[in-house]
Design a protein around this ligand. Structure first.
Ligand SMILES: NC(=O)C1=CN([C@@H]2O[C@H](COP(=O)(O)OP(=O)(O)OC[C@H]3O[C@@H](n4cnc5c(N)ncnc54)[C@H](O)[C@@H]3O)[C@@H](O)[C@H]2O)C=CC1
Ligand SMILES: O=C(O)C(=O)COP(=O)(O)O
Length: 316
């Protein structure tokens, strides 16, 4: 089989793949452009899923499997894929640890006033009366109780926080104190000190967090969005922060990325912007290849119970 990788892969990872599968031909490219000639012969494509267009799928006539080495599959040309018998798997799970560590780091940053302290230190200012808080005993709501949401809950639980999840079914995974269906968020949002959104981009999640909800939040609440930018109504968030409807927003994902240099989010002191990096880690590619290995063994044996198979209708 020919496996075409359109991912800038580390040398050790490339070596690991070729050594593990000597009977299959790997073609390593750094992005899709240089891979175009190989696509008609590709049985499997390894991709981050950001740059694969309908025309690439159409030219890959033999394609049987797209292994997406990120969690979001919202940029895939699903309409073309749906009409073909192509397996799609994603890398759900490989980001969970680093995303959970990011979330805790950001919650602590907000609670311990780290941004202000860094500024004070730069100015050599000795000022102690900062509005310091604890995480302990506070309420955190997590929108999305999947791989990442659950890993966050494990940590907020360890910090002595009350952890409430929101998802589509209301089913409670481990580590959550309670889980509600997402339609209960309007009734519950006023209880939360921290609200963490870790949702996929779907029609249902579009602009889910808007004025109607921001107006119900605690004035001291901190919002963290690490899922997808579409979940937040950006103008409503700016207005809500300007009118002190909530205290701070920490955002890793945006409607437009990179966030344009003149975007108002950069200038609002109550917003912390990070460049879609919550999921980065040196363990990213090794973990992604562990999952590929697991599925590849199934694929060559004709098994069908794959890890992280994407439902093309549902879109995640
Ligand atoms: N900032 C970053 O670097 C990264 C962002 N992500 C984003 O985070 C998302 C979640 O990742 P995982 O936890 O790995 O995915 P997952 O598939 O394990 O979990 C998704 C969760 O969202 C819930 N959900 C889906 N639609 C919903 C709706 N309309 N209302 C309420 N809940 C809903 C599901 O029930 C599930 O609990 C990804 O789809 C991706 O977009 C993922 C990795 C890195
Ligand atoms: O996996 C995802 O959905 C992400 O958002 C992660 O992005 P990255 O692969 O870290 O550039």
């Amino acid at each position: 089989m020919m496996i075409v990788s359109t991912i800038h892969m580390r040398k050790d990872i490339r070596e690991r793949l070729t050594e593990t599968y000597p009977d299959h031909e790997f073609r390593f490219h750094k992005q899709i452009e240089s891979a175009e000639e190989d696509l008609p012969k590709a049985d499997i494509i390894l991709t981050y899923g950001m740059d694969l267009e309908a025309r690439h799928i159409e030219s890959a006539k033999r394609l049987k499997w797209i292994n997406v080495m990120s969690s979001g599959v919202d940029k895939l040309p699903m309409d073309v894929i749906k009409n073909r018998d192509i397996l799609i798997t994603n890398a759900r799970g490989i980001h969970a640890i680093q995303m959970a560590e990011y979330t805790i780091a950001m919650m602590l940053q907000a609670a311990r006033q780290t941004k202000t302290l860094i500024h004070q230190e730069r100015e050599r200012e000795w000022f102690r009366k900062l509005p310091i808080r604890e995480l302990y005993g506070h309420q955190v709501g997590i929108l999305g109780t999947g791989a990442i949401g659950s890993e966050i809950a494990k940590r907020t639980d360890a910090f002595g926080m009350t952890t409430t999840g929101f998802n589509r079914s209301g089913k409670k995974p481990d580590h959550f104190d309670a889980v509600h269906t997402i339609d209960q968020l309007p009734e519950r949002i006023s209880e939360l000190d921290y609200l963490v959104a870790v949702l996929p981009r779907t029609e249902e999640t579009d602009q889910l967090l808007n004025e109607a909800l921001f107006s119900k939040m605690k004035a001291s609440a901190v919002l963290i969005n690490i899922g997808r930018g579409n979940v937040i109504h950006e103008e409503d968030l700016l207005k809500a922060l300007q009118s002190n409807a909530l205290d701070h927003a920490i955002l890793d994902v945006f409607n437009e990325e990179p966030l344009p240099k003149d975007h108002p989010f950069w200038f609002d002191k109550n917003i912390t912007v990070t460049p879609h990096m919550a999921g980065l880690s040196p363990e990213y590619q090794p973990r992604a290849v562990d999952q590929f290995d697991y599925n590849m063994k199934k694929f060559v044996h004709g098994d069908t119970d794959f890890l992280n198979q994407i439902d093309t209708e549902r879109g995640y």
